[in-house]
Design a protein around this ligand. Sequence first.
Ligand SMILES: *Cc1c(COP(=O)(O)O)cnc(C)c1O
Length: 366
Amino acid sequence: MNNHVTVLEIDANAVLHNLNYFKQKLNPETKILAVVKAFGYGSDAVEIAKILENKVDYFAVAYSCEGIALRKAGIKLPIIVLYPQKQNMRDIVNYLLEPNLYSFELLDAFLDFTYEEEIKGYPIHIEFNTGLNRLGFSNLDVPRLVTKLKEVESLSIRSVFSHLVASEDLGEVEFTNNQINTYKNIIEQFTWLMGYRPTTHMLNTSGVVNYSDTNFDMVRVGIGIYGFGNHPEVTSRLKNVFTLKSVISQIHSIGKGETVGYNRAFCASKPIKSATIPVGHADGISRKLGNKNGYVTINNKIAPIIGNVCMDIIMVDVSGIDCKAGDEVIIFNHQDQINYIADKCETISYEILTGLSQRIKRVIKK
Ligand SMILES: *Cc1c(COP(=O)(O)O)cnc(C)c1O
């Protein structure tokens, strides 16, 4: 049981609001897959899955252990494992997870396993690479793949999908439209050779925002559920899910010429008051936020981080802020602040969220 005073509050109503924002952009019959990989983008995958289980059609995780955690918590909805490994086949089947078989090597390994175990009709998914060059069969593989799939009884193909390279980048509309067309051609060929049309999905969050007229059967929404639209206008319509907060441990009076923190990185040019807060780079607060690049909010006033971020601790300048040990500290409670942190760390919201370590206590606000 985590009893840390630094907590990440997760707003369940905001999650539902965000899901509905994407739902109203889609045809009512379009299915929704909620992506809950990487601890639900740093939140709490099990809690997010419980909030969404009756409101979406599918979940996806990256690795099988993430799916196992959901099953152990009683989640019954189908779960795609986007990035299964050969070593995990038995676990995948034991926990009724649905692997994405993205190569002949993986497909053959899974087929061998299903023969040995005499499994019939096991639900699987097939990914095609249409430009990301990360995972998936090539469009040239369709005939050979279909010939193989038609022979087997041990598998049941639940979907054939692909993934966009730059759905958020309106400078890449032409590339993206080419990708969508490549995928549509794959689906046509697959349907013709296989004799039926598989369930299709290609769009992630920004795909839904920018290409919602593609009319595939399902969409895969990740970051959007967690409050980020990869565009200020979209994000402003989503509700903030994450509040990271802590408490002041100690106040110090720093005299002129004294320094604060490791390697004396902050030196007081005049007397100041500092507060010490129990959160550090081991929690996901990057060292790039030290030396006044980042700030926290205490009693509604901004307190810059001074000196270097320590592993477990930061110090902030609270000169002029009426505060004492035990007072609440907000590290962030709005998407704009998370995006600000991401900018300062030269990264994207995804990395800030998923980088929040498991040491931070998660609390669901209902
Ligand atoms: C992570 C992931 C998603 C979700 O993307 P968002 O941009 O977070 O919506 C969708 N599909 C695949 C294959 C992914 O790996």
